[in-house]
Design a protein around this ligand. Structure first.
Ligand SMILES: C[S@@+](CC[C@H](N)C(=O)[O-])C[C@H]1O[C@@H](n2cnc3c(N)ncnc32)[C@H](O)[C@@H]1O
Length: 290
């Protein structure tokens, strides 16, 4: 049995099912001119980055967004089954974003589609037949399943300055179904926004969202997926969270309950078998975190 399957056995693996969300009311696309990018015959989920938030962002936030997109792309391509990525929206032509992406030789990226050839202020329209779901922490619905046909929209925005409900408002105003990621299944997160502390309505980074979607697609269990998501083990997210059982052994009680640093130590076992983390533990988890 692999370590990953042992972990999966430690918790109840929930049966993925679609939670009744609002009825999709997406209008028919006028001229859908993009296709799901693929690198093989395997169909994988698609992520659309909705790049239409520039008016709400500063230059620094645009640069940070470019960085998140680069990191998301790099992370996505490391998985054995990369998802299709679509960058869609007028912000793609914003000079700050475009320059930052160009520096990364963006034009040569594989498995990525750039769509500015249709009404890019409403990127969900081109995928209306696949019932895309807008991911937003403020959604009343939990995401409960991912299939190879799933299409998700991630808001292309960074909020160094709070932008409460921005993506949720955008989705609901356009009648796009929404879902949040059930973070409380494995972690409690405290952020600067006290009203959202220890709720599931906490915003995480674009990179963390992409990694978590991959992980859930693989493990079909939210706690296991969160545990196997690298962003939850590294800065900045690690600073704000506490692991819940059975993963609470990742909290260092001698250090105020703060999670161990990946690389500074944690082990894969809890309870009686707990022991101080070793280099081997770290190597094991690095192997199992894709
Ligand atoms: C940094 S967040 C932006 C936060 C912003 N205040 C907003 O209104 O969405 C970037 C994107 O990641 C996705 N996201 C972040 N946290 C999420 C969560 N807990 N559940 C679902 N999606 C999330 C959303 O698509 C969001 O638009």
């Amino acid at each position: 049995m692999t370590t990953a399957s042992m972990i999966a056995k430690m918790i109840d693996v929930e049966t993925p099912k679609v939670e009744a969300a609002t009825t999709p009311k997406i209008t028919t696309p006028t001229t859908p001119k993009i296709t799901t990018p693929t690198t093989s015959n395997i169909t994988t989920p698609t992520i659309i980055f909705d790049l239409n938030y520039a008016p709400q962002m500063s230059r620094n936030e645009m640069k940070a967004l470019a960085n998140q997109l680069v990191l998301s792309y790099a992370s996505n391509r490391r998985y054995s089954q990369p998802f299709g990525l679509v960058f869609s929206g007028s912000d793609f032509h914003d000079s700050t974003l475009h320059e930052a992406l160009s520096k990364q030789d963006f034009s040569s990226w594989s498995n990525v589609s750039v769509s500015d050839s249709f009404d890019s202020s409403t990127p969900w329209q081109a995928y209306a037949d696949k019932n895309p779901v807008y991911l937003t922490a403020d959604s009343p619905n939990q995401l409960t399943s991912i299939t190879s046909e799933s299409v998700f929209i991630i808001g292309g925005l960074v909020d160094h300055k709070e932008k409460p409900d921005a993506s949720h408002n955008r989705a609901t105003q356009n009648n796009v179904p929404t879902a949040r990621l059930p973070l409380l299944s494995a972690v409690q997160i405290n952020t600067h926004n006290e009203s959202k502390n220890n709720t599931e309505h906490v915003d995480i980074s674009t990179l963390a969202v992409v990694q978590l979607l991959h992980s859930f697609y693989k493990f079909k269990s939210w706690p296991t997926a969160i545990y196997n998501t690298p962003s939850f083990h590294s800065a900045p997210l690690r600073k704000f969270l506490h692991w819940k059982p059975p993963y609470d052994f990742l909290n260092d009680v001698e250090n105020g309950g703060r999670p161990y640093k990946l690389g500074a130590g944690f082990c894969l076992t809890s309870g009686e078998s707990f022991r101080p983390p070793t280099i081997d533990d770290i190597n094991i988890i690095k192997t199992h975190i894709e």
